[in-house]
Write a protein that binds this ligand. Sequence first.
Ligand code: ZN
Length: 657
Amino acid sequence: MSSAIKEALSMHKEVIKKVLSNDKHSWKSLVYRIEEADDIVSKAWAPIRHLNSVMNDKNIRSQYEKSLKMITSYYNRVSQNPKLYRAYELLYKAEKHTLDEAQVKLLENTLLDFKLSGVALSSQKRKSFREKQNMLSSLESKFEQNVLDSTNAWTKNITDVKALAGLPKINIEIASNLAKSRKEKGHTLGLDQPCYTAVLSYAEDRNLRKEVYLAYTTRASDKFPLKKHSFDNKKIIEKILSLRHEASSLLGFKNYAEYSLATKMVSKPEKVILFLEDLKSKALKKAKDEIQVLKKYAKNNLKINDIKPWDFAYISEKYKKENFGINEEELKPYFSVEQVLLGLFSLVKKLYGIEVKQCKTKEIWHPDVRLYEIYDQTKRLRGKFYLDLYARPTKRGGAWMDECVQRRVKKNGEIQHPIAFITCNSTPPTKKVPALFRHYDVETLFHEFGHGLHHMLTKIDYAGVSGISGVEWDAVELPSQFMENWCWEKEVLDKFAFHYETKEKLPNSLFSKLKKTKNYNSGIQTLRQVEFSLYDFLVHLDKNKNKTGLSEKVLREVRKTTSLIKHHKDNRFQNSFSHIYAGGYAAGYYSYKWAEVLSADAFVAFKKRQTIDYKVGREFMKKVLEKGGSKPAIDLFKDFRGREPKIDALIKDLGLA
Ligand code: ZN
């Protein structure tokens, strides 16, 4: 498999060589030729990437790693090829006025990507830029390694099972298995997410909660309880911030935040801050009320007079159970997978006039996988998708949509139809019971299908801006989060949420319970997201070269207005904030909330007083889904909504109004 990549890349290299042997460039001779070559690489790479995620074993992993290495280093070189950059620049200058809108956008994106990779710099500066990028990538991976190592280094063995009182059976079982695998007696707790969440939410023993909390929130720091290890990320954070600042300065940006926004929908740092401050002020009132309720409840029912950070989740769970009393098991029989799929497909037919049909194929990687085709109103094929719903040991966790084939027009004028991989991880059926979703799984499927529709319904003919390609990072979740809204409409659920045995509709009483839990503590949750986002953005906005102590200072300032429960003095949350120090979210964590603004605001357009106007779906399809990345996301949104996005719908949705 990796030999296919090797072959594809050497073909690609030849194409670039040939393209650059001409002095004059046209769309056909330059952009089209490279798109064609990219497409061959992408078709060789997609199945390896996909199989590595869904049918992982030693062989595929090694093929994947080899291929990834080749692809990354090859495309890094391409993005720093000054001759190729000049060719695009010449074409852009010469034909800007004769090309169509999508073509111009594609060229502008390409030129921007080139610039952001440092290709336009003098050779000395380019070298310095490359060195900083390399250092950054190894520091980021060291950061992540430290988080992982400290997460794995800490365990707590418990010989008396009574100490685990309150924990769900499944977590006790996992703890017992962990103990066995470590040849320890009784039960062993770790700092992995499921274990941490379970202890903090359910353990009756306050000291145990405190101990686990302190270990978890000091991972990769000087306060981590295992002193003999040195996983401290403090210096690494400072070094990462400095290097990011220096690298963006080389490219002419005032700071890293500006560099990050160059490829995002929100154009200016002031706008990000205004948005977050606005959200904060709107969440504050509800959050304060929520805290009061919890304080009163804790005092009267749990004898906790002074809520500490390790009490919050615990109190919150107790209150929820007592006051909402919703049980996932009660809901599941209403969401049999086959019914949910029929419901989803009939919803998108209503919205977009499209027909989803399952088709027979033998070319699948697992018997659970199905292949579907999407046809539009004129019976024309628009795209296909593979659906892989159930969890299995060889599959990585979570749910996602990935591109298998991109839409583009081929040399003979034929359309290459887009193909998507849609992957979930829900519980498979048994011999007696069909596969049943939790409500959360239904939302997840709708979410990923939303990404899928963005990829499949596009009508743009150039791969670089068709579907999700070229869509700004902070706008790419619009079509997916938009789909989630439908799972909260009784009218929509009534079309498919039938009890799999009694065929009875989802009762109103159960639905209203479900709806109540949706915004439980949404004020506090929103403030928490604002805290992360503001810290991330402000720490990258700083213009000073010296970053010593910056991270702590910024976090302290932010927390003054976002934390209603005082953090413990040893809390070193930032030392394990991998999203921004090891992932792609640097100066972009706000995107999570921003995409919610867009999707909530888009959804309101469908609401006419108490009823839903499904016909608006056609507009959404034409003006957003079909356009892919061919226009700036803000323009697409304005085309659809007739104005700039407003925060009001999200505020109402979160119950913060
Ligand atoms: Zn998503």
